[in-house]
Structures are given as structure tokens and as C-alpha cells.
Design a protein around this ligand. Structure first.
Ligand SMILES: O=C(O)CCC(=O)C(=O)O
Ligand SMILES: [Fe+2]
Length: 277
């Protein structure tokens, strides 16, 4: 039987006492329920081959290939390998790889017409210090918005691209850059919990539809300041064999980007979408 306990005050749950390779539907049900409740969960102590990880990940939805082709696993393109090939041929640290996910708070896949439901990571190498991943609840971000902003954003879409207003796209192949934006409601109703959350990513948003450029920029700045609520967070300190999955529909995250670069910090990653209806 799985043991489930909260890790943060509102987001973050820990699951122990399971081997995900041997889970049947009945065993998986409380894990999925905990994931919806906590937004991000860790299953500790797993020993997985790639096929095991993919099979378990498919329980959460449809696995899709990440647009960053150069970091895909050669034999399993649906898998990204994070943290390898960190040093260029001349020995210099490749910041795009080392700092991947650490540029700022974000939600994965907002640049897609159907954004990512979830992202799941499996820890293959963990540094001795640093290298945490931070999470924060966007349900709480929505709840804490002033009425003025709730009303302004209700029914409005944001326009999102991979590089956002900075245009940073170094992990994309040339041919995959500068795709047109995807539009998503800024206030989104979760398809499974029916709760409202703020859907916002300061690094990917271009503008808020229907607002003058100046107002759109002001609101983006204000949301950037308001999105992280005290008590809404959880900082995950990785252990070898952790599987962590987060809900991109109602959470933002970022990597700390602070571990000793000469140490290894390696994960397998899958990007998961809702099933096609
Ligand atoms: O490496 C991490 O801690 C998180 C990286 C990230 O943002 C992602 O995989 O989406
Ligand atoms: Fe991310």
C-alpha cells in the first residue's frame, strides 16, 4: 500500500512504499488522486528502465515530443535527457543546458495550442548541494488577485510563444523558431478539479489580447509580481530514484540553477498532454 503525505503547506506530496513498475489500476488511483490534490508529487526510490518510465508516464496522459530536438534521447525521441553535454568542446559551460528551467517561473508548453498537462522527471544523478526545483500554486495566485485584475482577465486570452518577449530560443533548431503564438485563457478552469487558476508565464507571454500594448505590458508586470504567493510553494530536494510529476495547468515551477556545474544533475523527462477527445 502506498503511503501518501503532504510535503509543502498546499502543494507537494510524497509517495513511498510503491514500485511503479508493478502498479495496477487500483494501485494507481490514489496516486493520481494525490497528484490532483497536491499539484506535484514525488514517488521515492524507483529503479526504472526507459520503457518502465514511459509506461508509467502514459498513465497520466498522452506523451508528446518536446520541441527541443537536440536534447531528445536518440533512441526514444519522446524522452528528453536534461543535464547532459553541459560542456562545449572548448570546455566552457553551456549555460542554456546548465540553466535550463532556471530562467524564471514558468509553465511548460504554453506555446502549444494544446499546452502540456504535466511534466514528469526521473532523477538519474543528483548533485551534492543545490539543484532543487521550486513549485508554486496558481490556484492561490488566482485567489489572491485583486477583484480589478480578476475582472480584467476573465474571458481574455494571452498570446504565448516559446521565446516570449525576450525571444530566447537557443535550445530550438533554427527551423523550429519563430512559430506563431498560441492563445490560452489567462483565467483557466481546471478540467479535472474545476478550480480556477491564473494561467501565466512571464517568459512566454507576448501580450494579453484586447488590451493596448502599454496596458498589456503593465498587467504582465503586475502579474509577474503577484504570481508567487507566500505559502503557495514547495521546494523539491532531489534524491536518486525520485519520480516527480507536476500539473502545468495549475502550477508554475523553476529550477534553482545553483548546483556546482562540475557535478552531474541528470533527469529523464516526458511532456504529457490531455488525451485527444
Ligand atoms: O530541472 C529542473 O529542475 C526543472 C526543469 C524544467 O523546468 C522542466 O523540465 O520543465
Ligand atoms: Fe519547465
Amino acid at each position: 500500500m502506498a503511503q501518501i503525505r503532504p510535503m509543502g503547506s498546499v502543494v507537494g506530496g510524497e509517495i513511498t512504499g510503491v514500485d511503479v513498475k508493478r502498479l495496477d489500476d487500483e494501485g494507481f488511483a490514489p496516486i493520481y488522486e494525490a497528484w490532483l490534490k497536491f499539484g506535484v508529487i514525488v514517488v521515492r526510490g524507483q529503479q526504472l528502465e526507459i520503457e518502465d518510465f514511459l509506461r508509467y508516464s502514459r498513465r497520466f496522459g498522452r506523451i508528446v515530443r518536446h520541441p527541443s530536438k537536440s536534447t531528445r534521447h536518440r533512441d526514444h525521441p519522446e524522452l528528453t535527457v536534461l543535464g547532459i553535454d553541459k560542456f562545449d568542446a572548448d570546455g566552457s559551460l553551456n549555460e542554456a543546458i546548465y540553466r535550463r528551467g532556471a530562467e524564471g517561473w514558468h509553465t511548460d508548453g504554453a506555446y502549444d495550442e494544446v499546452p502540456f498537462k504535466a511534466t514528469q522527471l526521473y532523477a538519474l544523478a543528483v548533485p551534492g548541494t543545490g539543484g532543487n526545483t521550486y513549485f508554486s500554486s496558481m490556484y492561490m495566485a488566482y485567489d489572491a488577485l485583486p477583484e480589478r485584475l480578476k475582472q480584467l482577465l476573465e474571458g481574455r486570452n494571452g498570446a504565448f510563444t516559446y521565446g516570449g518577449r525576450n525571444g530566447r530560443q537557443s535550445l530550438l533548431n533554427e527551423a523550429d523558431r519563430n512559430r506563431p503564438p498560441a492563445f490560452h485563457p489567462m483565467i483557466r478552469v481546471h478540467s479535472e478539479t474545476a478550480r480556477k487558476s491564473l494561467y501565466f508565464d512571464p517568459g512566454k507571454i507576448l501580450y494579453i489580447e484586447g488590451l493596448e500594448q502599454e496596458q498589456s505590458d503593465e498587467v504582465i508586470e503586475e502579474l509577474t509580481e503577484r504570481m508567487i504567493q507566500p505559502e503557495a510553494g514547495y521546494s523539491h530536494q532531489w534524491r536518486l530514484g525520485d519520480i516527480v510529476i507536476w500539473d502545468n495547468r495549475c502550477l508554475v515551477h523553476k529550477a534553482a540553477g545553483d548546483y556546482p556545474p562540475e557535478e552531474d544533475r541528470i533527469h529523464w523527462r516526458v511532456s504529457i498532454k490531455e488525451p485527444m477527445s
